[in-house]
Ligand binder design. Structure first.
Ligand SMILES: [Zn+2]
Ligand SMILES: [Zn+2]
Length: 179
């Protein structure tokens, strides 16, 4: 399939701001050179909710993205709830390394989550970086030692804020081979 016909599907799971998703589209299209389509909203599943933790289990949300929306080569689920993975207090996102599905959570990307002043630009930047990062994993990329590369591992938001939303030349080369 030519890359011109490949599509990345953005799937809001639960309540996700539509304008926010629209803003995410152009930069994602630029990074991956593919069209990005916003799919209809999917309901948050009940079984992913962990009442004791007050969080959703990321792997079960990722499972909600199967089957892939029509024509989508990759799919990125977006949630605005807090998510976790076994052994971790929380995760910003998760990806199916051998598959084509990725997930990001917006919950901890807002300054307001930490009791700080609202900063929409910063929020949008962080979301874009997380989106490119998790999608990058679906193209077979691991974590990159270059701290400015979007595939650099973010242990915390300061790490996220330091890196860019583009791949370094090494990672870009690897992604290009799969596009
Ligand atoms: Zn990662
Ligand atoms: Zn890199």
């Amino acid at each position: 399939m030519s890359r011109l016909f490949k599509v990345i599907g953005l799937v809001p799971i639960g309540n996700v701001d539509k304008d926010f998703l629209e803003d995410l589209r152009p930069p994602l299209e630029k990074v991956f050179g593919q069209r990005v389509r916003i799919a209809g909203r999917t309901a948050l599943p009940r079984d992913s909710w962990n009442r004791d933790r007050g969080q959703h289990l990321a792997s079960l949300l990722l499972a909600e993205l199967s089957p892939l929306p029509h024509l989508a080569d990759r799919v990125l689920g977006v949630v605005d709830v807090d998510i976790f993975a076994p052994g971790l207090n929380f995760v910003f996102g998760q990806a199916d390394i051998t598959g084509r599905r990725a997930l990001i959570s917006l919950k901890r990307l807002r300054q307001g989550f930490y009791g700080l002043h609202r900063d929409e630009d910063l929020f949008q930047q962080r979301a874009l970086k997380e989106a490119v990062h998790e999608l990058g994993h679906t193209y077979g990329l691991g974590h990159c030692p270059d701290p400015s590369c979007v595939m650099h591992f973010s242990n915390s938001l300061p790490d996220t804020d330091l890196k860019g939303w583009n791949f370094c030349s090494f990672c870009q080369e690897k992604v290009n081979q799969k596009l």
